[in-house]
Design a binder for this molecule. Structure first.
Ligand code: GLY
Ligand code: MN
Ligand code: MN
Length: 438
């Protein structure tokens, strides 16, 4: 990872600025999870650990403390263990972790001793209860069980604080190092989507496209940031489709929602294209409506604009198209609402993007929309979905079986929105030209 140590140290200090003096913050990384007997899910370190230290190891815990105005950091890691390492792979251990951006590295075995030693010098603990049992118990005992002892001694922690709101605010605004990783993740995703378009022919199975996409991620040293959605025809009307096992037919549209991860940072890209290489007239009408809505939404991603603005802009454009296409009625009181556009575009316009695909950060402050600031990254992903199998509404016959979503990753800057995934073809003519080798 290309992030310099002092950047991590600044992030640690910025977080501790949120807390009073005599505080500690404890961040355990996530544990390895079992998939089935003796088989584990691939491990990924928690996003908070990656943000604060870049440490990708399993079973470690970061303790930040601020006492007398001085912030210090101790990282507890798995010690070397030859027998375990023969089975599960080499561990950096304590010596191998000393290059990480923390003041002290110690063994997990010493974590509780360390916490017990500093307990009397702190007033509050920032920790997310439920993250790790042994820490839950220590925090609970330190604050609640030991109240009697504190009554006599007058020292020890009195408060538990949730660190997430503070850390989320920091993570929401990306620095140049984060943006470099995000641009790399965006570039790899773009290459993968282009390869899928280039190789598309009718009669391919959705899983073959999944293979192309995820093969491209792997061959560029990356891997998916969320399970790929590869949905042909009517399957594209299922928002979180994941079977990815149907054979496509000539004339089908294929929706691929797939992104990858670089240094833990995600890209999240959706393109929809005709497997034959040519959009039909009804497909063009719907596709162009979604594309125009996406453009309007991206244009609204401006510093100082409310974060609800892209959604409003997209719904306005979609309603204009759907009225013209006779899908909704212009006499409606609120064509952009749930009885109009909402029947066919039933999810949000996008979400923050970063170390998590649906990244941290609140969208409203005191019930009003927050405004965009430089460094925020948001996906913009309008769609229209005409599921032929829906029975709760009359699905227009002309569009039955069409599902279109277009998704790009947008960085907010003082100079306007920057589309990190702009290199992925999105215009009808450009997609057709690419697919037909023109
Ligand atoms: N791929 C998940 C999403 O678009 O939110
Ligand atoms: Mn998304
Ligand atoms: Mn997506």
């Amino acid at each position: 990872m290309g992030t310099p140590d002092d950047v991590y140290v600044r992030r640690q200090s910025a977080l501790m600025d949120s807390f009073d003096d005599q505080s500690i913050a404890i961040f355990p990384t996530n544990s390895s999870m079992t998939r089935s007997r003796d088989v584990h899910f691939p491990f990924r370190a928690s996003s908070d650990m990656l943000y604060l230290t870049g440490c990708e190891q399993e079973e470690c815990t970061l303790v930040l403390s601020k006492v007398g105005g001085v912030v210090s950091s101790t990282l507890f890691v798995q010690p070397n263990d030859t027998l375990q390492e023969i089975w599960t792979g080499r561990r950096p251990g304590i010596e191998g972790s000393r290059s990480l951006p923390v003041d002290v590295v110690d063994s997990n075995e010493n974590l509780l001793d360390f916490l017990n030693k500093i307990k009397d010098s702190i007033n509050s603990i920032a920790y997310v209860m439920g993250e790790r049992k042994v820490l839950d118990k220590w925090v609970h005992d330190a604050v609640y069980t030991e109240t009697r002892a504190r009554q006599k001694s007058g020292v020890g922690p009195k408060r538990i604080t949730d660190p997430r709101p503070y850390l989320s605010e920091l993570r929401l605004r990306k620095d140049s190092h984060e943006l470099e990783s995000m641009q790399k993740a965006a570039d790899i995703a773009v290459k993968a989507h282009i390869e899928a378009m280039e190789k598309a022919t009718p009669d391919m199975n959705e899983c073959e496209f999944q293979g192309i996409i995820e093969g491209a991620f792997l061959s560029h040293g990356s891997h998916w940031s969320y399970p790929s959605i590869v949905a042909g025809g009517d399957n594209a009307t299922i928002l979180h489709y994941h079977a990815n096992d149907a054979v496509l037919k000539d004339g089908d549209l294929l929706l691929i929602d797939a992104g990858c991860e670089v240094d833990g940072y995600a890209s999240d890209v959706t393109r929809t294209f005709p497997v034959s290489g040519h959009f039909t007239e009804p497909q063009r009408e719907i596709y162009q409506a979604v594309l125009d809505a996406q453009r309007a939404a991206i244009a609204a991603c401006k510093v100082g604009e409310q974060v609800t603005a892209p959604n409003d802009a997209a719904r306005r454009v979609l309603s204009e198209h759907l009225i013209r296409l006779d899908v909704i009625d212009e006499s409606m009181d609120e064509p952009t609402g749930p009885d109009g556009v909402g029947l066919w575009f039933m999810h949000g316009i996008g979400h923050w993007l970063g170390l998590d695909v649906h990244d941290v950060g609140i969208y409203s402050i005191d019930s009003s929309s927050r405004v965009f600031e430089p460094g925020m990254v948001i996906t913009i992903e309008p769609g229209l979905y005409f599921a032929s199998w829906r029975t709760d509404v009359d699905v227009p016959e002309r569009y039955a079986g069409i599902g279109v979503r277009i998704e790009d990753d947008i960085l907010i800057t003082n100079d306007g929105p920057v589309n990190l995934t702009e290199a992925c073809p999105v215009e009808i003519d450009d997609i057709e030209a690419l697919m037909n080798g023109d």
